[in-house]
Design a binder for this molecule. Structure first.
Ligand code: 5GP
Length: 142
């Protein structure tokens, strides 16, 4: 049986505005913000507002709005950083590498020959995250 959703998880706190984030997009169903330990420049997290731990317990109605935003953000980060490609990642339960238990999709701009940095590695400076968020917002037309 799937574990219960914990409303005290860090992304739930970000969604409620209890802790800050560098938001680049928000609509009725989805929020996107910068990953604080980016695996590459422009690493963004796209998070549905509906509570679920991950894909295993999510309401399927979540995926349409979520992936519409994933696509928007993928196009925007590619443009914002003049990337060669975009990697999507999504983890489910600890065995897969999940560390925050609120469903989310990683959107990471990629550059030919440049490997990803480690998952949940080093914290990025807030000013760098703010600058990158500004570039993505501009590419989104926000
Ligand atoms: P997961 O392993 O659950 O797929 O990924 C969680 C992601 O959340 C990691 O890439 C990690 O760097 C990021 N992260 C962890 N804590 C915070 C936080 O407080 N704020 C933001 N914006 N990202 C976080």
């Amino acid at each position: 049986m799937a574990e219960a959703y914990d409303p005290g998880n860090i992304f739930a706190k970000i969604l409620r505005g209890e802790i800050p984030s560098h938001r680049i997009y928000e609509d009725d169903a989805v929020v996107a913000f910068m990953d604080v330990m980016p695996q590459g420049v422009g690493h963004t997290l796209v998070v549905p507002k509906a509570p679920s731990r991950n894909i295993l317990d999510a309401d399927p109605a979540t995926f349409g709005p979520l992936f519409a935003v994933v696509q928007k953000v993928a196009v925007a980060v590619k443009k914002a950083f003049n990337a060669d490609g975009v990697t999507l990642m999504q983890f489910n339960e600890p065995a897969s590498g999940q560390t925050v238990y609120h469903l989310h999709v990683h959107v990471i701009p990629r550059f030919d020959g440049v490997p990803l940095k480690p998952h949940s590695g080093q914290m990025e400076k807030p000013e760098v995250l703010a600058e990158n968020a500004g570039k993505i917002r501009a590419a989104l037309g926000n």
